[in-house]
Write a protein that binds this ligand. Structure first.
Ligand code: NAI
Length: 450
């Protein structure tokens, strides 16, 4: 549910009052519904490279209303700015300013998406400067957009695969994700495509059809939303949680017509139990979502060993052990996916959460290192890092702290569990086959911290 303040100020008198008083003006975000159009309104594909032309042609094939030049005063659903050939920072001015002139015509909940190449794969300093400049440009632009509009970028890493193009499968997969309501709470972020692997789904509404997915911590909160979203996208879901959460777990498993596995993930044999259950009950295992996590907050000066150890044990040591079992299993070799839930605390830090920060930073390190181990059999591993998400956990925060955390992002509101689940569903799909070792923040572009 959208918070009460957002509902109040997103229309009519409430909106006028908030505007006059200079209060935050969040809007109700456009979120994905099966059958919903990818984007509402025409899409301007800006840029004059061959990559821009190819992309415009592909998007026409998707049935989108594509423009190569803006029409005066026409409302746009999205602006896709293709900058794949810039060689020098001076090359940016013309395409960027041309796209900028159309920003006033961007609809509420519209999208700006850049497509460019990683600075790490540049051949000289000027090219690296131009490419890295897009990073600063995009993140600044995301802070200028209003009314639920977002800006995100796709980076092609030709370092590893020189054949990467604007129309490579995962570039298109990321583009569709960013255009759609699935990315409602992702803002000011980049996704790097590292290979030409992956494929777009035949049925865009059921991209996970035929897959078997395990979700840990699925009895409530974000985990329950992940189970529902993967089921909606066509997967058979195994919902995992501790025995004490058994009733809620059974309810979620029934709702998504999956199966429940009562299991403490910090047990030594957790990986084997997960594989055994998925294979015995559903015949295969394609996706594992490490969502289960706990907090035991204390300033480090007051931290006891129990609080520290339990957070490390559940949030990262369990994931490492389960991944070892998955990597060793013959049942996890058919282009499998691992998606792990980190946190912006693992990137920017948070007072009172040194143990949690260590565990979630650990998730990011684990994901980066494990990507190479998944590659030989077409597997990927990625993490999502949520910011402030409206759950039972955050509902318990003191009012003033909660309100500050909720508004201090570019979208001026907290995210929904579904927003995290949508990012995970994308990273679990075939469309993201060329994306691995990445951390995608789902934080509305948090304004505090990195
Ligand atoms: P939650 O506390 O509502 O749900 C966590 C679930 O994990 C519970 O059902 C719990 O029983 C289960 N779980 C805990 N220990 C387990 C174990 N040893 N074995 C099996 N299951 C276990 O938490 P929420 O808010 O849904 O968070 C889910 C994930 O998202 C966690 O990893 C959390 O750290 C992360 N996160 C949440 C944010 C938020 O704003 N709510 C922000 C950033 C990250």
């Amino acid at each position: 549910m959208t918070d009460t303040y957002t509902q109040l100020v997103s229309q009519g008198l409430g909106r006028d009052v908030a505007k006059r008083l200079g209060l935050p003006q969040p809007v109700v975000l456009r979120r994905h519904q099966p059958g919903a159009p990818l984007v509402t309104g025409p899409v301007l594909v800006s840029g004059d490279s061959a990559g821009a032309n190819d992309l415009a042609t592909t998007m026409l094939g998707w049935g989108l209303d594509v423009r190569r030049n803006a029409l005066p005063k026409e409302k746009l659903g999205a602006i896709v700015l293709v900058l794949d050939t810039v060689q020098h920072p001076e090359d940016l001015s013309k395409p960027v300013l041309t796209a900028g002139a159309s920003l006033r015509d961007l609809s509420p909940n519209g999208r700006v998406i850049t497509i460019s190449r990683t600075s790490q794969s540049a051949r000289n300093p000027a090219s690296a400067a131009a490419r890295q400049g897009i990073d600063g440009l995009l993140r600044s632009l995301a802070k200028e957009l209003r009314a639920g509009a977002t800006a995100n970028g796709i980076l092609l890493d030709e370092h590893l695969d020189e054949h990467l193009a604007t129309t490579s499968p995962s570039a298109l997969g990321a583009l569709r994700f960013f255009l759609s309501g699935r990315s409602a709470y992702v803002d000011g972020q980049f996704l790097t495509v590292r290979s030409t692997s992956g494929s777009l789904p035949i049925d865009a509404d059921r991209p996970l059809a035929g897959k078997v997915a395990v979700v840990t911590g699925a009895a409530r909160g974000i985990g329950a939303a992940i189970a529902r979203t993967l089921h909606r996208d066509g997967a058979k879901v195994v919902a995992v949680d501790i025995p004490a959460a058994g009733d809620h777990l059974a309810a979620v498993a029934n709702e998504v017509r999956g199966t429940a596995l009562q299991l403490d993930i910090s047990r030594d044999d957790a990986g084997h139990r997960i594989i055994e259950h998925a294979v015995e009950r559903h015949g295969r295992l394609d996706i594992v979502v490490h969502n289960a996590g706990i907090t035991r907050d204390r300033l480090l000066a007051n931290m006891d060993e129990g609080r520290w150890q339990s957070v490390i044990a559940v949030n990262i040591a369990a994931q490492l052990r389960i991944n070892e079992a998955l990597l060793a299993s013959e049942h996890f070799k058919d282009s499998p996916r691992i998606v792990s839930v980190a946190s912006t605390t693992g990137i920017a830090g948070n007072r009172g959460q040194t143990n949690y920060g260590a565990s979630k930073g650990g998730v990011i390190g684990m994901v980066r290192s494990t990507a190479a181990l998944m590659e030989p059999f077409g597997g990927t591993i990625n993490a999502v890092a949520p910011g402030f998400i409206e759950t039972e956990m955050t509902a318990k925060m003191p009012f003033a702290i909660r309100e500050a955390a909720r508004r201090l992002n570019s979208l001026k509101q907290g995210g929904q569990p579904q927003d995290v689940a949508e990012a995970i569903a994308f990273l679990a799909s075939d469309a993201s086959g060329g994306i691995s070792g990445e951390v995608l923040r789902v934080c509305g572009q948090q304004l505090v911290g990195a």
